[in-house]
Design a binder for this molecule. Sequence first.
Ligand SMILES: [Zn+2]
Length: 147
Amino acid sequence: MDMISHGFIAYALLHRLPYSWLVLPIAFMPDIITFLPLLLQGKALTENSKREDVPNYVVTLYAITHSLVTYAVVFLIVAYFFGAWALLLGAWLIHILIDIPLHEADLLPVRFLYPLSNVHINGISYATPQFRLFNYAIITLLYIWGF
Ligand SMILES: [Zn+2]
Protein backbone atom coordinates (compact mmCIF):
# COMPACT_ATOMS: atom_id res chain seq x y z
CA MET A 1 0.00 0.00 0.00
CA ASP A 2 1.18 3.53 -0.59
CA MET A 3 2.77 5.38 2.33
CA ILE A 4 0.13 8.12 2.48
CA SER A 5 -2.63 5.52 2.87
CA HIS A 6 -0.66 3.81 5.63
CA GLY A 7 -0.50 7.14 7.45
CA PHE A 8 -4.20 7.90 6.98
CA ILE A 9 -5.33 4.47 8.16
CA ALA A 10 -2.99 4.28 11.16
CA TYR A 11 -3.93 7.79 12.29
CA ALA A 12 -7.66 7.05 11.91
CA LEU A 13 -7.29 3.97 14.12
CA LEU A 14 -4.83 5.37 16.70
CA HIS A 15 -5.61 9.11 16.86
CA ARG A 16 -6.90 8.87 20.43
CA LEU A 17 -3.48 7.86 21.80
CA PRO A 18 -1.40 10.53 23.55
CA TYR A 19 1.10 12.11 21.16
CA SER A 20 -0.85 10.59 18.29
CA TRP A 21 1.00 12.75 15.76
CA LEU A 22 3.86 10.24 16.18
CA VAL A 23 1.63 7.64 14.52
CA LEU A 24 2.35 9.19 11.12
CA PRO A 25 6.16 8.85 11.06
CA ILE A 26 5.86 5.39 12.63
CA ALA A 27 3.35 4.34 9.94
CA PHE A 28 5.71 5.64 7.22
CA MET A 29 8.86 4.17 8.82
CA PRO A 30 8.89 0.64 7.30
CA ASP A 31 8.78 2.01 3.75
CA ILE A 32 11.09 4.97 4.44
CA ILE A 33 13.80 2.72 5.89
CA THR A 34 13.42 0.36 2.93
CA PHE A 35 13.30 2.81 0.06
CA LEU A 36 15.22 5.89 1.26
CA PRO A 37 18.66 4.48 0.30
CA LEU A 38 17.29 3.82 -3.20
CA LEU A 39 15.81 7.32 -3.44
CA LEU A 40 19.09 8.87 -2.29
CA GLN A 41 20.71 7.17 -5.29
CA GLY A 42 18.14 8.83 -7.55
CA LYS A 43 16.30 5.57 -8.15
CA ALA A 44 12.76 4.54 -7.37
CA LEU A 45 10.49 1.58 -7.86
CA THR A 46 7.37 2.09 -9.93
CA GLU A 47 4.26 0.05 -10.51
CA ASN A 48 6.01 -1.42 -13.58
CA SER A 49 9.19 -2.45 -11.73
CA LYS A 50 10.30 -6.06 -11.94
CA ARG A 51 12.07 -8.12 -9.29
CA GLU A 52 15.41 -7.73 -11.10
CA ASP A 53 15.08 -3.93 -10.70
CA VAL A 54 15.14 -4.29 -6.91
CA PRO A 55 18.61 -4.42 -5.29
CA ASN A 56 19.11 -7.26 -2.81
CA TYR A 57 19.70 -4.87 0.10
CA VAL A 58 16.25 -3.38 -0.54
CA VAL A 59 14.71 -6.86 -0.46
CA THR A 60 16.44 -7.51 2.86
CA LEU A 61 15.47 -4.14 4.37
CA TYR A 62 11.91 -4.74 3.23
CA ALA A 63 11.86 -8.18 4.87
CA ILE A 64 13.24 -6.79 8.14
CA THR A 65 10.89 -3.79 8.34
CA HIS A 66 7.83 -5.78 7.28
CA SER A 67 8.39 -8.68 9.69
CA LEU A 68 6.11 -9.40 12.63
CA VAL A 69 9.18 -10.92 14.32
CA THR A 70 11.12 -7.65 14.06
CA TYR A 71 8.03 -5.76 15.17
CA ALA A 72 7.55 -8.01 18.22
CA VAL A 73 11.18 -7.64 19.32
CA VAL A 74 11.11 -3.84 18.98
CA PHE A 75 7.69 -3.64 20.64
CA LEU A 76 8.89 -5.62 23.65
CA ILE A 77 12.04 -3.49 24.01
CA VAL A 78 10.08 -0.22 23.74
CA ALA A 79 7.38 -1.51 26.12
CA TYR A 80 10.02 -2.54 28.66
CA PHE A 81 11.82 0.80 28.64
CA PHE A 82 8.99 3.20 27.78
CA GLY A 83 5.77 1.43 28.82
CA ALA A 84 2.62 2.69 27.14
CA TRP A 85 4.61 4.59 24.51
CA ALA A 86 4.90 1.22 22.78
CA LEU A 87 1.21 1.51 21.85
CA LEU A 88 2.23 4.06 19.23
CA LEU A 89 4.08 1.22 17.49
CA GLY A 90 0.63 -0.08 16.61
CA ALA A 91 1.03 2.08 13.49
CA TRP A 92 3.88 -0.20 12.40
CA LEU A 93 1.83 -3.32 13.12
CA ILE A 94 -1.09 -1.94 11.10
CA HIS A 95 1.34 -1.18 8.24
CA ILE A 96 2.58 -4.79 8.17
CA LEU A 97 -0.89 -6.33 8.49
CA ILE A 98 -2.20 -4.22 5.60
CA ASP A 99 0.79 -4.96 3.38
CA ILE A 100 0.64 -8.76 3.81
CA PRO A 101 -2.37 -9.30 1.50
CA LEU A 102 -1.64 -6.32 -0.76
CA HIS A 103 1.67 -7.30 -2.31
CA GLU A 104 2.16 -9.77 -5.12
CA ALA A 105 4.84 -12.42 -4.64
CA ASP A 106 6.76 -11.58 -7.81
CA LEU A 107 8.02 -8.14 -6.73
CA LEU A 108 8.29 -7.59 -2.97
CA PRO A 109 6.36 -10.24 -1.06
CA VAL A 110 5.81 -9.51 2.62
CA ARG A 111 7.81 -12.23 4.39
CA PHE A 112 6.02 -11.49 7.63
CA LEU A 113 7.88 -14.09 9.72
CA TYR A 114 11.36 -13.12 8.49
CA PRO A 115 14.03 -14.23 9.52
CA LEU A 116 12.31 -17.32 10.96
CA SER A 117 10.57 -18.13 7.69
CA ASN A 118 10.19 -16.78 4.18
CA VAL A 119 6.49 -17.62 4.13
CA HIS A 120 4.40 -15.02 2.31
CA ILE A 121 1.04 -14.57 0.61
CA ASN A 122 0.71 -13.91 -3.10
CA GLY A 123 -1.68 -11.06 -2.53
CA ILE A 124 -3.42 -8.63 -4.81
CA SER A 125 -1.65 -5.50 -5.94
CA TYR A 126 -2.68 -2.31 -4.21
CA ALA A 127 -1.64 -0.39 -7.31
CA THR A 128 -4.63 -1.23 -9.51
CA PRO A 129 -7.07 1.65 -10.12
CA GLN A 130 -9.95 -0.45 -8.77
CA PHE A 131 -8.14 -1.13 -5.51
CA ARG A 132 -7.04 2.49 -5.13
CA LEU A 133 -10.68 3.58 -5.43
CA PHE A 134 -11.71 0.98 -2.83
CA ASN A 135 -8.79 1.99 -0.60
CA TYR A 136 -9.65 5.68 -0.58
CA ALA A 137 -13.33 4.86 -0.03
CA ILE A 138 -12.38 2.84 3.07
CA ILE A 139 -10.14 5.66 4.32
CA THR A 140 -12.95 8.17 3.81
CA LEU A 141 -15.33 5.96 5.79
CA LEU A 142 -12.74 5.56 8.58
CA TYR A 143 -12.55 9.34 8.93
CA ILE A 144 -16.30 9.81 8.77
CA TRP A 145 -16.89 7.22 11.50
CA GLY A 146 -13.66 7.62 13.48
CA PHE A 147 -13.74 11.28 14.39
ZN1 LIG B 1 5.18 -1.27 3.43
